[in-house]
Design a protein around this ligand. Structure first.
Ligand code: SF4
Ligand code: SF4
Ligand code: FES
Length: 233
């Protein structure tokens, strides 16, 4: 297990095996029983909050839903490290600020016009835009896709799969009125056109979302907006 900050080293611990034990259970055992100075992050333990993501044997995973049996080698060993592509605060904890700053840069915030005096908006569940938005809305902000994206590694300015996936949900939200600015924000050099369609994000997303498909949708929407002359210079 990784100990330290950007500088550090792997350290070995022995953890008793239990039935249905997850990687997060093993990390928790180490922190509670072997070394209380170990830093790691979790909240829900049931795959909802997205805070427990770590690199397990070189691949980002949500650790509360990853059974240790599935990731140990023949000798029963597993390597656990912090998420890639983010600054390491300490041990298994990364600084998620750059990740969520990119959601803000992609204008991933709903902008509506309704007031308390208005009735609820009625968006048909079978409308095409609603289906596209629903397909991408279950993101838990875990950072697994971001950690696995090589374009983020090559270009730290790249908005990345999660922020672009979020932008796509809003592009398809017919109540939102910020799409012109949003499409301009995601079409710069570090936006959707930088995606190389590697599909790593889609293969690894624990919620089975497809940021790759969302990014492809953004590329088409941005191209249409550019043809209409809506993106400015
Ligand atoms: S499909 Fe695009 S966003 Fe997803 S991992 Fe590949 S380059 Fe990154
Ligand atoms: S798109 Fe998937 S992998 Fe990426 S942050 Fe959201 S839930 Fe996690
Ligand atoms: S602890 Fe909440 S998703 Fe794992």
């Amino acid at each position: 297990m990784w100990r330290g900050t950007e500088e550090g080293a792997f350290q070995a611990y022995e953890v008793p095996r239990l039935e249905s034990q997850t990687v997060l259970d093993a990390v928790t055992y180490i922190q509670r029983m072997l070394d209380p100075t170990l830093a790691y992050r979790f909240a829900c333990r049931v795959g909802v909050c997205g805070s427990c993501a770590m690199t397990v044997n070189g691949r980002a995973r949500w650790t509360c839903r990853t059974h240790i049996d599935k990731v140990t080698d023949a000798e029963g060993r597993v390597e656990i490290a912090p998420l890639r592509n983010l600054p390491v605060v300490r041990d298994l904890v990364t600084d998620m600020a750059p990740f969520f700053d990119k959601w803000a840069r992609a204008r991933g915030r709903f902008v509506g016009t309704a007031t308390r005096a208005d009735d609820f908006a009625r968006v048909r569940p079978d409308s095409p835009a609603r289906r596209l938005a629903d397909a991408a809305i279950e993101c838990i902000g875990c950072g697994v896709c971001y950690s696995g994206c090589d374009v983020v590694t090559w270009n730290p300015d790249y908005l990345g799969p999660a922020a672009l996936n979020r932008a796509w949900t809003l592009v398809n939200d017919e109540r939102d009125v910020d799409n012109r600015a949003r499409l301009a924000a995601v079409s710069g050099d570090a936006g959707c056109h930088a995606c190389h369609t590697h599909l790593t994000c889609t293969e690894r997303c624990p919620k089975r979302l497809s940021p790759t498909a969302s990014i492809a949708g953004l590329k088409r929407a941005a191209a249409r907006a550019a043809l209409r002359g809506e993106l400015g210079e």
